[in-house]
Design a protein around this ligand. Structure first.
Ligand code: NAG
Ligand code: NAG
Ligand code: NAG
Ligand code: NAG
Ligand code: NAG
Length: 438
């Protein structure tokens, strides 16, 4: 009896070893499932490399790892990503962005009208759902999920080119606050792009997975996602291999654009003081805005930057042709930038406090803090969060790629990539509502 058992045991062991050794000597299998981050402003695609055991975020021909979430319709073609964004100024009515804000959502007519007013393209109300009106030599409407599908198709093609094979399966992330309908329409967008979606995971969960938090002993994870225009804070609770979203709060009108805007206003005040002329020309404002953005980015790495902007500064009625531009110069210190934004930075703590109250947790009971979104690079913001929790936040993964990295890990798990076996399953929490500060 015991001999039989041990013989079966050794056969199993031999089979296991053969499989194991086979895996060592055969070229590693290629990933068959891709991970997609369909963001409001940028999209990325990543894969988990089974052999090496790492995530690769796939770059386009020019080495860029994200594409703008924009689709532009012209007489002859439909352009996607950077090519679409390049047309945003010359073809504004037919260049659709921010489609994710509309996907799968039923709107109150007044709210939809308010939202539409923010865009240079026309958003129309189709029985509560948003559609975009496009006019080339034809006039037609396109749905938010169609826009999504063009972006996903582009990323599918980037992945196929990179891997040298056809891809049909994917895992995709959505905001934690997305309801079932919004999730369904996101899946529909992927289906339109020829992709089968194996799993939909929440963006904060994906970010936590990018840090390997599905594999280590942690219970409470707080994810702060601060992008260009929105702040999302989620409190996750991990039990076994499962993440549960405990609480969500945020601010739909706070992000990097607001910090740039404060700096822009400061620069315009400075122009008025220096030259005695208010900035009024559109081109001047545009140029100052570009420099304000660049200065903001540089101040993350440098204690001060010097800004030099050539300006026309002519009153619109007296376009003195040929008049040379004046050179506006100023130095902006990181300290000044922080002062300009002090109240906005402080606002980041409001939703953080709210999720702790809702989750009935004290700040010190949070095991890990994960920062996502480009604006979390700002040193003062990291410092405020560090001070609030009395510990270092997790920042080693590029905050713009944390979500796609986590989605790619989940794609690797779904694709059965050795050596990953543990999966973070999410328990949907239907009764949860996001608390909004605006
Ligand atoms: C629209 O214009 C393009 C380019 O001029 C042309 O190729 C296309 O056939 C036109 N489509 C229709 C429906 O007229
Ligand atoms: C409009 O929406 C309502 C509820 O969402 C639905 O009952 C109705 O059938 C829809 N009408 C049309 C024309 O799609
Ligand atoms: C979402 O899709 C599932 C599966 O196709 C379906 O059962 C469910 O009714 C859909 N829910 C909504 C709100 O559209
Ligand atoms: C920002 O940094 C880049 C590269 O380091 C540099 O080329 C650029 O001039 C800097 N801009 C400002 C406003 O300091
Ligand atoms: C500050 C920091 O890096 N904290 C944690 C980030 O996440 C990993 C888990 O993968 C922890 O080990 C670090 O301590």
């Amino acid at each position: 009896m015991s001999g039989e058992v041990s013989m079966i045991g050794s056969v199993i062991l031999a089979l296991f070893l053969a499989g194991y050794l086979g895996q060592q000597y055969l070229p590693p299998p290629k990933p068959r499932v891709i991970g997609l981050d369909l963001g409001t402003t940028y999209c990325s695609v990543g894969v988990f490399n089974p052999g090496v055991g790492d995530v690769e975020v796939i770059a386009d021909e020019e080495g860029r790892k994200s594409i703008p979430s924009a689709v532009s319709f012209t007489l002859t073609e439909v352009l996607v990503g950077h090519e679409a964004q390049d047309l945003a100024d010359s073809n504004p009515q037919n260049t659709i962005y921010d489609a994710k804000r509309f996907i799968g959502k039923i709107f109150d007519p007044n709210l939809l009208e308010q939202e539409s007013a923010r865009y240079p393209f026309q958003v129309i109300n189709n029985n509560g759902s948003a559609e975009f009106l496009v006019t080339t030599n034809l006039t037609f409407t396109v749905s938010p999920e169609f826009i999504g599908s063009r972006l996903l198709l582009k990323m599918k093609q980037m992945a196929e080119k990179h891997l040298g094979m056809q891809i049909e399966k994917a895992v995709i992330s959505v905001p934690a606050e997305f309801d079932e309908r919004q999730r369904n329409y996101t899946i529909r967008a992927a289906n339109l792009a020829g992709l089968e979606i194996l799993r939909v995971i929440n963006e904060p969960t994906a970010a936590a997975m990018a840090y390997g938090l599905h594999k280590v002993e942690v219970f409470n994870v707080l994810v702060v996602d601060l992008g260009g225009g929105t702040l999302d804070v989620s409190l996750l609770n991990k039990q076994g291999g499962m993440f549960i979203t405990r609480a969500m709060a945020g601010n739909n009108k706070l992000g990097g654009q607001d910090f740039s805007q404060r700096l822009l206003q400061h620069m315009m005040d400075q122009v008025l003081q220096t030259f005695g002329i208010a900035v009024s020309l559109k081109e001047d404002v545009h140029r100052l805005r570009q420099h304000a953005d660049e200065a903001k980015l540089n101040l993350t790495l440098q204690p001060s930057v010097s800004v030099r902007v050539p300006l026309q500064l002519q009153a619109a009625e007296t376009p003195a042709a040929g008049k040379p531009p004046v050179l506006f110069q100023m130095t902006v210190t990181r300290e000044a930038f922080e002062e300009l934004n002090a109240d906005l930075f402080q606002k980041i703590l409001e939703p953080i406090k709210t999720v702790l109250v809702e989750g009935r947790l004290k700040a010190e009971e949070v095991d890990e803090i994960v920062l996502v979104g480009g604006s979390t690079r700002i040193p003062r913001i990291r410092q405020l969060i560090r001070q609030f929790f009395g510990k270092e936040p997790n920042t080693s993964v590029d905050p713009d790629l944390a979500v796609v990295t986590g989605v790619a890990i989940q794609a690797g798990i779904m694709g059965g990539s050795w050596p990953l076996q543990v999966s973070a399953i999410e328990i949907p929490n239907r009764h949860l509502r996001k608390v909004n500060f605006n």
